[in-house]
Design a protein around this ligand. Structure first.
Ligand SMILES: NC(=O)c1ccc[n+]([C@@H]2O[C@H](COP(=O)([O-])OP(=O)(O)OC[C@H]3O[C@@H](n4cnc5c(N)ncnc54)[C@H](OP(=O)(O)O)[C@@H]3O)[C@@H](O)[C@H]2O)c1
Length: 328
């Protein structure tokens, strides 16, 4: 079967498509015929050797897939060959025509959800739902500022914030990304490469500040957003796509009566699986009723994996992008 192989740490261009041996599922595992694989920011770090997980060489990158069950390992119940599924792969292996995964990391997907959509759904919506529901306890009528609002997790935060009844302010670096955020439900748009974030937030909120900040970007934007929060505000630390982990004067939290709240969806999923499943039940209902409409802006082939990763690294991606194996 064909797979994208990383033989040495380096840039996306060092990846190549190769024929690799098919794997049989072991005890408690399933093999999935992969139809599409989500391309995520951490993939760019794993192949460069800059991530906490360092798989032994050579390895197949890719942590998120959708497809159909192709074979069941010993002791697996609850799945049948042919079931449409989506899965997360802690040990990588997703950028391939087949992947062997622990059954515990596999979810059945609604029949009406295409593999292309499902491949980019789990991590982005799972993260934003957990962030807004359990961590920020976002309430209807509150204001939500989303930074990096046209990116993978950012766009889902815009959409979910709107569904939860918040007034959503989207901030991003280009007109194209802001237009995507507007379509996803943002009522106010800020281009932070051409406009002053703090001034615009003062104008928009009538100097009150924003109730919740969702920040997957980090860098100097974090402090600007923190200084723009309302009394009882919550600033969600989601990620550091800018490459810079911000440090801030903690007295700001005292002066503003606000909280800086960490979000680690992967750990939440492992520690509180029932709550995560409840989140997904609700997300699937919202998907089936048309309340949420995932944005997959482009499908690349396995051969185009370097281009997909490069586009992500250079901030050209709107919403999600996936690799399609041609099996859907
Ligand atoms: N905490 C969690 O549980 C969790 C879960 C999933 C992901 N994450 C993290 O969230 C972050 C975003 O992930 P994602 O999948 O949404 O990524 P993404 O689709 O690439 O979006 C990230 C956004 O960050 C902005 N950005 C600013 N500087 C950037 C730079 N130097 N390089 C790339 N992007 C830059 C870009 O928006 P503009 O161009 O508009 O600025 C981009 O759209 C990552 O750090 C990821 O590891 C965290």
């Amino acid at each position: 079967m064909r797979a994208v192989v990383c033989s040495e740490y380096g840039p996306p261009e060092s990846l190549s498509v190769q024929n690799v041996d098919r794997k049989e599922p072991g005890k408690g595992q399933v093999r999935i015929a992969v139809e599409a694989a989500g391309v995520n920011f951490p993939d760019t770090l794993v192949i460069a050797g800059k991530y906490q997980i360092k798989p032994p060489m050579p390895f197949v990158p890719g942590g998120e897939i959708a497809g159909r069950i192709d074979a069941l390992g010993e002791g697996v119940t609850g799945f049948a060959v042919g079931d449409p599924v989506m899965a997360l792969l802690l040990q990588q292996g997703g950028f391939a025509e087949e992947a062997v995964v622990d059954a515990s990391a596999v979810m059945k997907r609604p029949e009406e959800m295409s593999a292309t959509v499902a491949a980019g759904f789990t991590m982005t919506y799972g993260t934003s739902m957990h962030a807004l529901k359990q961590r920020a306890e976002l309430k209807a009528g509150e204001t939500l500022l989303v930074l990096g609002a046209g990116g993978g997790v950012g766009l889902t935060a815009v959409e979910l914030g709107k569904v939860m009844g918040a007034r959503v302010i989207a901030a991003a670096s280009s007109a194209e990304k802001l237009e995507a955020a507007r379509k996803a439900g943002a009522s106010e748009l800020i281009n932070y490469t051409t406009e002053d974030l703090r001034e615009r937030l003062k104008e928009i909120t009538g100097k009150k500040g924003v109730d919740v900040v969702y920040d997957p970007v980090g860098g100097d934007m974090f402090e600007k957003a923190l200084r723009s929060t309302a009394w009882n505000g919550r600033v969600l630390v989601v990620g550091f796509a800018s490459g810079e982990i911000p440090t801030v004067p903690v007295n700001l939290t005292l002066l503003k009566g606000c909280a800086i709240t960490g979000v680690f969806w992967g750990a939440f999923r492992m520690r509180e699986p029932e709550k995560d499943m409840d989140n997904f039940s609700e997300l699937f209902k919202w998907f089936q009723s048309g309340k949420i409409n995932p944005t997959v802006s482009r499908s690349y082939s396995l051969e185009e994996a370097p281009e997909a990763l490069r586009d992500l690294m250079e901030r050209r991606v709107v919403g999600k992008v996936v690799l399609a194996t041609g099996r859907e």
